[in-house]
Design a binder for this molecule. Structure first.
Ligand code: PLP
Length: 365
């Protein structure tokens, strides 16, 4: 709040209120770098969202490396911030490979190895999936890219704060994060860009962010991101244990009380807060609406595609058949949830499912 009020200065101004704002940004950069294990705070570029960080990584690398090649490798289960960006680049002369995943949503290291050509300039594979939470073996995948001298980016928007991240240990060149996924403000993201990696900026103008992202900085948002990063680093281990215990309780409660339900995603290598469940014979939307009336907020697929009736591209890529994909719901828990919340959902959900199934022409009891 102080950065909206007394410390309202433009961080590029050299007068006192400007210097206070600059200090706020500098401190936030150190905190964000520390959450990600970046050695140098200057490796963090603040952006306006996780989407922008993803766009910057992919478009920035494609343009900067166009004399070397035009081939990008990604996976078929990425968030649309990556998929739509790669599709856009394909219209503009790039070639793309969308790696398949197995039934748990994992990318195969050998498939990546085979897909790399002399023209490959970038591999972008997400750290953890937003719809069903599967965590990729990013370290192994990054090492495959490294062996061939290809840049490796990972979208860690869902992973940050829910998994310890160390960019050096992972061996990635770029990594995207977003403040609102770690209890920070919306509309702020960051891209970790390893020292020495050159990207063409998306935005041209002033010399902000060391000439990598023009535009007056969202000081309050960035400071909020920094605070969220500091708290995430401090509380992560205990938050993970707590949220996972709630997640497991929810999962068990639902599977034990409702027939024809299936967990989507990896049984173990999965984010602590995510459980994606298919309720056979149903439409996810009707479950969402009925749960909403009971005061429970859940989603199908990603919030960014909630207006679409298309089946989830993630579950489809995992080979899950359309009937199960249609009735899938994503429960995302946070540190604000309690055991009482879980027990409430486990109590209100079975009658909803029973009622909806009775109305379903597919359900024969
Ligand atoms: N990548 C993943 C995996 C996400 O889950 C999201 C948002 O949900 C994004 C990117 C986009 O981040 P933002 O909402 O900050 O644009």
């Amino acid at each position: 709040m102080p950065y909206y009020k007394d410390a309202f200065g433009n961080a590029s101004s050299i007068h006192e209120v400007g210097r206070i704002a600059r200090k706020g940004i500098d401190e936030a950069r150190v905190k964000a770098a520390s959450l990600l294990g970046a050695k140098d705070a200057d490796e963090i570029v603040f952006t306006g969202s996780g989407t922008e960080a993803d766009n910057f990584a992919v478009k920035g690398a494609a343009d900067a490396l166009k004399s070397k090649g035009n081939h990008i490798i990604t996976s078929s289960i990425e968030h649309h911030a990556i998929l739509s960006t790669v599709k856009f680049l394909e219209k503009n002369g790039c070639k793309a490979t969308y790696l398949p995943v197995d039934k748990f949503g994992l990318v195969d290291r050998n498939a990546l190895k085979k897909a790399i050509t002399d023209k490959t300039i970038l591999v972008s594979i997400m750290y953890a999936n937003n719809e069903m939470g599967t965590i990729q073996a990013v370290k192994e995948l990054a090492s495959v890219a490294k062996e061939r001298g290809v840049l490796f980016h990972t979208d860690a928007v869902q992973a940050a704060g829910k998994l310890p991240i160390d960019v050096s240990e992972l061996g990635v060149d770029m990594l995207s994060v977003s403040a609102h996924k770690i209890y920070g403000p919306k509309g702020v993201g960051a891209l970790y860009v390893k020292k020495g990696v050159k990207l063409t900026p998306l935005l041209h103008g002033g010399y902000h962010e060391k000439n990598r992202r023009a535009g007056t900085e969202n000081v309050a948002g960035i400071v909020g991101f920094g605070k969220a990063a500091e708290l995430a680093a401090k509380n992560m281990n205990k938050d993970i244990i707590y949220i996972k215990s709630l997640r497991d309780r929810l999962q068990k409660g639902i599977l034990n009380s409702i027939k024809y339900t299936y967990i989507n995603g990896h049984p173990e290598n999965r984010l602590c807060n995510t459980v994606n469940i298919s309720f056979e014979y149903l439409e996810g939307e009707s479950i969402i609406l009925n749960l909403d009336m009971e005061g429970v907020g859940v989603s199908t697929g990603s919030a960014c595609t909630s207006g679409s009736l298309e089946p989830s591209h993630v579950l489809t890529a995992m080979g899950i058949d359309a009937v199960k994909t249609q009735g899938s719901i994503r429960f995302s828990l946070g540190k604000g949830n309690t055991r009482e919340d879980i027990d409430y959902v486990v109590k209100v959900l079975p009658p909803i499912i029973e009622r909806l199934r009775k109305m379903s022409p597919l359900y024969k009891g």
